[in-house]
Design a protein around this ligand. Structure first.
Ligand SMILES: [Zn+2]
Length: 327
C-alpha cells in the first residue's frame, strides 16, 4: 500500500499549509472521509463478505455493508482505535508533528491542541511514533555504512528521573556517490554481538547491497548473510579528524542534537526505539517537496498500524497511565 509521491498532488491530496489544513478538515466527517480514502483507496470493500460498494455510514465512523449488513469501524486497525477524542484533534497533532522541522514535544502539542493533560499529548505522540517506521519496509540499498554508537542515558540532575546507562544504537546509512547521506535506519541493541547486529542488518538492508563496517567481529557474518561486505581498516589516515565511517557518525550526532533540542535529552532507554523511528521518519523524507506530504504519509501509516493501548505505552516506563489520559 501507499500511493507513490508522483501520483499525489499537493493541495488536492493533502494540505500544503495550515490554512489549507483548515479547509481540508473543517469537521469530523471530513476527517473520517479522508481516513476512509487512505484505508480503501479503490473504494470500500467489506472485510466480512468481500463485497465492494458504497456502505451506509453511521455516526462515529461505522460503515454498514449493504450486502451483509456487517459493521466495520473506520478506526479499527488504525492507531486511532477506541479513541474518544475528535479525529480532527488527532489530525491536527499529525500536522504539528510533521509541519515543524524538528517535530514537537508533549508540552508543545498540549498547548496547540488545548489538551488539559500533558499525559494525553505524551500518549498521542507515542501512538504516532508506533506508525513511523515499519520493519521490512523500504530496506536500504546500494552502499551502506554501518556502525554503533552510544546514545542517551539520563543526565544526572534531571529531576525525578533515574540516571540510566547509555544505550548502544546500531546505525545504517546509505551513502550516495560515496559521500552524501541517503536514507538511514537505526535500532538500539542489547550488545554489539553478531546475534544482535545480524538481525538488524537483515531487517534494514536489502540483500546484495554493499556494506561498509569496521573490523569488529560482530559483523563477520555479513558475507554469509548475502551482502558484499567491505571492512574499513581503522587508522589508515594520518589526519586525526578522519572518520572511517562518516555516515553513521554524522547521523548519530544529528540524533543527539535533536533529542537534546526537542526533548531536552529526557528520553528513557525503553522509549528510545520510538524516538529513533521518529527521527528516521523525518530524516528519510527531508528532501520532500512539501511538508504536507509528510503529514499524508504519517496518516497513511497511522491508518495501517494497529493501535497500542495507552497502558502498554506506559508499561515500559515502569509507571501506570495517569487517570487524566484521554485515548
Ligand atoms: Zn459485507
Amino acid at each position: 500500500m501507499g500511493r507513490p509521491a508522483s501520483e499525489l498532488q499537493a493541495g488536492a491530496d493533502y494540505p500544503r499549509n495550515r490554512i489549507e489544513f483548515d479547509d481540508f478538515f473543517p469537521d469530523e466527517d471530513s476527517c473520517s472521509a479522508f481516513l476512509e480514502r487512505l484505508r480503501w483507496p479503490d473504494g470500500f470493500v467489506c472485510p466480512r463478505c468481500g463485497v465492494s460498494g458504497d456502505p451506509w455510514r453511521s455516526s462515529r465512523g461505522l460503515m454498514v455493508c449493504r450486502a451483509c449488513q456487517g459493521q466495520t469501524s473506520i478506526l479499527a486497525g488504525t492507531i486511532f482505535h477506541r479513541t474518544r477524542s475528535p479525529l480532527r484533534s488527532w489530525f491536527l497533532a499529525a500536522w504539528e508533528i510533521t509541519s515543524q522541522k524538528h517535530g514537537t514535544n508533549a508540552l508543545g502539542l498540549q498547548r496547540v491542541l488545548g489538551l488539559r493533560s500533558y499525559q494525553t499529548a505524551w500518549a498521542w505522540l507515542h501512538k504516532f511514533r508506533r506508525a513511523m517506521v515499519r520493519p521490512g519496509r523500504d530496506r536500504l540499498d546500494g552502499v551502506v555504512e554501518i556502525d554503533e554508537a552510544y546514545v542517551g542515558g539520563m543526565e544526572e540532575g534531571v529531576r525525578g528521573r533515574r540516571t540510566e546507562r547509555k544505550a548502544i544504537v546500531v546505525i545504517a546509512a546509505e551513502m550516495v556517490d560515496g559521500r552524501r547521506l541517503g536514507r538511514v535506519r537505526m535500532r538500539p541493541v542489547p550488545d554489539a554481538s553478531a546475534a544482535s547486529l545480524g538481525p538488524f542488518v537483515v531487517d534494514a538492508v536489502q540483500s546484495g547491497a554493499t556494506i561498509l563496517t569496521d573490523g569488529w567481529r560482530g559483523y563477520a557474518s555479513l558475507t554469509s548473510l548475502g551482502y558484499d561486505h567491505i571492512v574499513i581498516k581503522q587508522a589508515t589516515s594520518p589526519d586525526p579528524a578522519h572518520v572511517s565511517l562518516p555516515g553513521p557518525h554524522r547521523v548519530v550526532s544529528l540524533v543527539k542534537r535533536w533529542l537534546l533540542g526537542t526533548y531536552q535529552g529526557a528520553v528513557a532507554n525503553a522509549q528510545l526505539p520510538y524516538y529513533l523511528d521518529e527521527f528516521t521518519f523525518r530524516f528519510n523524507r527531508r528532501s520532500s517537496r512539501a511538508r504536507g506530504l509528510l503529514f499524508y504519509r504519517l496518516l497513511e501509516q497511522a491508518a495501517e498500524v494497529h493501535y497500542t493501548p495507552t497502558a502498554a505505552l506506559y508499561k515500559s516506563t515502569g509507571r501506570g497511565p495517569p487517570r487524566a489520559v484521554l485515548d
